[in-house]
Design a protein around this ligand. Structure first.
Ligand code: FES
Length: 368
């Protein structure tokens, strides 16, 4: 009774975008990767394939947040699941790999993210997916959703892993290939395979990508869309290869899990692209409530807001997940990392508070 009361109070304090989910099952995908499946809450968790959840934990007396992509499809999987690969020395990924058991409750922020697509049973598209390591996670949810919702669309997946035992979802992918023989093809590329491996090996490069795509043309498809997710090196190779083929940006969807925001800031500074760092008074409106506060020189807008205990949404704190997205309605900011935003969002004035510093005195941001 006491716990129920406490839980309700916490949920109210956090607001609508927060939720507690009960762990239903933990599946070991590879030696260093698990998928955590949750019981469906009431009402059911709404999400789009490819989105992510932000996990909020209290570790070592501090609140920590990390985003993990959903590997499931709301169209086929009864229970939502996120996949977590261990990061060496990573506080949260190791905790989730080692300490989470069925029955445990985890606080999350509701699904976010734009790495997804619209599905329609009449579509006749070809989807080319290029994934590396745990970058397969959102691509798994999107691919399953295409196969079930679009009977005339095809999916070609190029999936890079280190070795055979590092292939996440290997069995699931085999089953899907059996089930959708004419519409789903998977090409594994292993950087360090065993001697028995007969598939592609070494680094993925433009030649391999070209060869696969040339041999997998689907004449009946109206449009080809490209989804890329994985480590930066792989993403750079894939994006360059697609660019060299003349594929337009609007047909390429990408999601990055990694960035070095400090190095980026140094580069921008050296190029003279950042405004002088000054303490500025700004206004931030969070879900209809206005706050006026100072952002000390050198701090991001999110850091200053959290220091004042303002409940600003956030997750990755590195410009990738968009949980901290707000609309700049007046003033100017220096946004160090904008990888999470699309070009049209930037043109509409959206900024990421975790990677933005004030560059003028009349700043007003609306977060909803
Ligand atoms: S918190 Fe993830 S982009 Fe700002």
């Amino acid at each position: 009774m006491f716990n129920l009361f406490k839980k309700k109070k916490e949920e109210n304090k956090r607001g609508d975008q927060y939720l507690s989910l009960k762990v239903r099952e933990v599946v070991k995908e590879t030696p260093d990767t698990v998928t955590i499946y949750f019981e469906q809450p009431e009402p059911f968790l709404e999400y789009r394939p490819g989105q992510y959840l932000t996990v909020i934990l209290e570790l070592g007396g501090k609140e920590v947040r990390r985003s993990y992509s959903l590997c499931t499809s709301p169209y086929v999987d009864p229970h939502p699941g996120i996949t977590i690969k261990r990061v060496e020395g990573g506080l949260v990924s190791n905790y989730l790999n080692d300490q989470i058991r069925p029955g445990k409750t985890i606080e999350i922020m509701k699904p976010l993210g734009h790495f997804t697509t619209d599905f329609h049973s009449k579509n006749k598209n070809h989807f080319v997916m290029i994934a590396g390591g745990s970058g397969i996670t959102p691509i798994m949810g999107i691919s399953k959703s295409i196969l079930i919702n679009e009977p005339d669309s095809k999916v070609t997946l190029i999936y890079c892993s280190r070795s055979e035992d590092q292939i996440i979802f290997r069995n699931q992918l085999e089953k899907l290939q059996d089930e959708y023989k004419e519409r789903f093809k998977v090409f594994h590329n292993l950087s360090k395979p065993s001697l028995n491996w007969e598939g592609m090996k070494g680094r993925l490069d433009q030649v391999k990508i070209d060869e696969i795509l040339q041999n997998n043309l689907y004449p009946g498809t109206a449009k080809t869309k490209y989804f890329v997710c994985g480590p930066n090196g792989l993403m750079d190779i894939a994006l360059e290869a697609l660019k060299a083929k003349g594929i337009s940006d609007e047909d390429i969807f990408k999601e990055s899990f990694y960035t070095d925001i400090e190095a980026k800031e140094e580069t921008l500074k050296a190029e003279g692209k950042l405004s002088p760092e000054l303490t500025r008074e700004i206004e931030v409106n969070v879900n209809g409530e206005s706050f006026h506060f100072e952002v000390p020189a050198g701090m991001t807008i999110l850091e200053a807001g959290l220091d004042r205990d303002i409940d600003m949404p956030y997750s990755c704190q590195s410009g990738l997940c968009t949980a901290c997205r707000g609309k700049l309605v007046s003033g100017k900011v220096d946004m160090i990392e904008d990888a999470g935003l699309s070009q049209s969002e930037i043109a509409e004035g959206y900024i990421l508070c975790c990677s933005s510093k004030p560059a003028s005195s009349d700043i007003k941001i609306i977060i909803e």
